[in-house]
Design a protein around this ligand. Structure first.
Ligand code: SF4
Ligand code: SF4
Length: 289
C-alpha cells in the first residue's frame, strides 16, 4: 500500500467505527509507540504477531441524561458498559473482510489482579485521544472528558494520529481552584488526607507535578458490585460465626447485587463518579435540553 492508499484505508476504517460502530472518537497508534512504555513480551505485536497498528475507539459511559438524574441508582446500574466494544468488533471484521489483514480485539480485562494484558488508557493516549488526569489517572478527551476505550490490534498499517501536545488536565478553572484552596475539584471530592483516594500537586506553570491515586480503595468504593467486592463479601460471610447473621448477609440486598453483577458481568458499571462529576472537562457535552 502506498501513502495515498494507506490514508484512504485509515479514513474508511475510522468511518466504519464512527458510523456503523457508533464510536464517538477513533484514533490510531503505530505499535512501535508502545515500545517506550511496555516491556517486550507484552506489546501489541506480542499479542498479534506482525501487528502494525492499534486502533482505539472511545465512547461515552453514562449519557448526558444519566449524569443529570437526581436518582443515584440510575448511574449505578444503567451504564452503557462495553458499548465501545461494538465499534471495535465492527472495525475488526471490516479490516479482515475488506483488506484481508488480521485484526483482533485487544485484551483489556484483567487476567491477574487488576492488570489487563493491554492498557486501553495507554492506547488512548498514544492514539491522540486524551491525556492522564489527576482523577484516578482517567484519560480525559479534550472535548468529551471521561470516555470508555477499547481497541483493535491489526496487521494493517494505517496512518497514525499524533499524540496530544497539550495536557487536557488540569483545566484552567482547576488551576485557579488549586491556587485558592490547595486542591483541584477532583481531589477535593475524594481527598486522600480525609480517607479518600486522590492527591496531587500542580507546579507554578499549572502542570501536574505530583499525583496520587489509591486504586485499591477506589475499586472497592467505585465498583462495589463486582468481582472484588464479591470476594470481600464472601470472605466476611464464611468467617461469620453466627448462623443467623450469616444468613442475613447472604440474603442482603448488597450480596444480591454482588451476585447479580457477576452473572451479568456488570463490573464496569461504577457506583461512584464523584471525581468526574466535578470535572469541568466535557461538561458542555453533558448539558442537553
Ligand atoms: S471514583 Fe469515587 S472513590 Fe474513586 S477516586 Fe473517584 S471519587 Fe474517589
Ligand atoms: S477536575 Fe478534571 S480537569 Fe480538574 S484537575 Fe481534576 S481531573 Fe483534572
Amino acid at each position: 500500500m502506498n501513502e495515498t492508499e494507506r490514508l484512504a484505508a485509515t479514513r474508511r476504517v475510522k468511518q466504519v467505527g464512527l458510523t456503523e460502530g457508533g464510536a464517538l472518537v477513533v484514533g490510531c497508534a503505530p505499535v512501535d509507540a508502545f515500545n517506550e512504555f511496555v516491556p517486550e513480551g507484552h506489546r501489541p505485536q506480542d499479542i498479534l504477531p506482525g501487528a502494525k497498528t492499534v486502533i482505539v475507539a472511545g465512547n461515552k459511559g453514562p449519557t448526558a441524561g444519566a449524569w443529570r438524574s437526581p436518582d443515584h441508582r440510575v448511574m449505578e446500574i444503567t451504564g452503557y458498559d462495553f458499548r465501545e466494544n461494538v465499534a471495535v468488533h465492527i472495525m475488526a471484521d471490516f479490516i479482515e473482510r475488506e483488506f484481508g489483514h488480521q485484526a483482533i480485539q485487544a485484551p483489556s480485562l484483567p487476567t491477574a489482579g487488576h492488570h489487563p494484558p493491554m492498557s486501553m488508557m495507554l492506547s488512548a493516549v498514544l492514539a491522540g485521544l486524551g491525556t492522564r488526569s489527576l482523577a484516578a489517572n482517567i484519560i480525559l478527551h479534550p472535548q468529551y472528558g471521561l470516555l470508555y476505550y477499547a481497541s483493535v490490534i491489526t496487521t494493517l498499517e494505517l496512518v497514525p494520529d499524533q499524540r496530544l501536545e497539550k495536557n487536557v488536565c488540569p483545566a484552567p478553572m482547576c488551576v485557579k481552584v488549586y491556587e485558592a484552596s490547595g486542591k483541584t475539584p477532583c481531589i477535593a471530592s475524594c481527598p486522600a488526607d480525609e480517607g479518600g483516594c486522590l492527591d496531587g500537586k500542580l507546579d507554578r506553570e499549572g502542570n501536574i507535578s505530583e499525583s496520587y491515586y489509591n486504586r485499591e480503595r477506589c475499586h472497592s468504593r467505585a465498583m462495589n458490585f463486582g468481582v472484588g467486592s464479591f470476594q470481600k463479601s464472601l470472605a466476611e460471610i464464611v468467617s461469620e460465626p453466627d448462623g443467623q447473621a450469616r444468613k442475613t448477609m447472604i440474603y442482603s440486598d448488597f450480596f444480591f447485587n454482588n451476585v447479580s453483577a457477576l452473572s451479568f458481568y456488570k463490573e464496569s458499571v461504577a457506583q461512584c463518579f464523584e471525581c468526574m462529576r466535578v470535572c469541568p472537562i466535557g461538561r458542555k457535552e453533558k448539558i442537553l435540553k
